[in-house]
Design a protein. Structure first.
Length: 281
């Protein structure tokens, strides 16, 4: 007969005095201090429940819109395994560092950008990291990057509701999120996943943006719903979140992105964004 173990399971008295034990009724604060040389007015996340819907396009569009109004703007590319922001703006080479931290690169229209692609040997070097390492990288983009003074920092999130979006919500003082989606029938599920995560984290959902919304015929001007009829208004009414933009399939826009010339594009298709983005402090 096996000898019975003399150890007993711990009870709550054994946790008294443990530094990891939070006081009863208190929530643990996971927020990471921003770089000492940085002062950021508002942090806005751009999210989606799935990939491939255009979060980077919306992030860059919002950044361009606010920069064109004279605000100081930055983009934190939190999509570590699939970064695209530097390519859109034609940013190449490596971000520089000083003894105080990492210096972000700057676009032609004055937007400060940090992305893993600005720290890798080449643009096509894959990032083969597990979730916790990805999450820690995002924290470093907040704490180790010298953002200086910004009115707005837009965070381009990876798709889904995993480690990195959770880290952003818990570690950064996010003022609100914009949810990006597309016209297909599964839009309700896509939006609700992102919406429910934001609700769980007590982050306001500022608005919805529909990408691939329509194609306007270059000859007759007819609007064609090439990805099916939109369901975004139904979801907007159900959740009580406004639709702040509808992005068309635009060959000129695609050419601008491919050429790395997005700094020259001041979009008018997210025309309701100004009504929901917080006014700077």
């Amino acid at each position: 007969m096996a000898k019975e173990c003399s150890n007993t399971s711990c009870d709550k008295s054994s946790c008294e005095g443990c530094p990891s034990r939070s006081k009863q009724g208190e929530e643990t604060d996971f927020r990471v201090p921003v770089n000492a040389l940085s002062k950021i007015g508002h942090v806005i996340g751009v999210v989606s429940g799935k990939g491939g819907v255009g979060k980077s396009l919306v992030t860059a569009s919002l950044a361009n819109r606010m920069a064109a109004k004279g605000f100081k703007v930055g983009i934190l590319d939190a999509d570590i395994t699939g970064p695209s922001i530097p390519r859109m703006y034609g940013l190449e080479g490596a971000a520089m560092a000083s003894e105080d931290g990492i210096i972000p690169m700057e676009t032609a229209n004055g937007i400060k950008v940090i992305s893993i692609n600005l720290l890798l040997p080449t643009q096509d070097t894959p990032v083969v990291w597990r979730g916790p390492i990805l999450a820690n990288m995002v924290k470093q983009f907040w704490s180790d990057v010298i953002w200086s003074e910004l009115d707005y920092l837009f965070v381009d999130m990876p798709p889904g509701t995993g480690d990195v979006p959770l880290t952003v919500f818990q570690s950064l003082p996010v003022d609100g999120v914009v949810i990006v989606t597309s016209p297909q029938d599964l839009v309700r599920m896509i939006v609700k996943k992102a919406y429910n995560m934001a609700q769980m984290m007590n982050i306001p959902v500022l608005g919805l943006v529909e990408n691939y919304s329509y194609l306007r015929c270059p000859d007759c001007g007819k609007v064609i719903s090439i990805f099916g009829e939109s369901h975004i208004d139904d979801v907007s009414a159900e959740l009580g979140v406004p639709v702040i933009g509808r992005i068309p399939v635009d060959p000129d826009l695609a050419a601008c992105v491919d050429a790395g010339d997005f700094a020259s594009w001041v979009p008018d298709y997210i025309d309701q964004a100004d009504a929901v983005i917080p006014v700077k402090n």
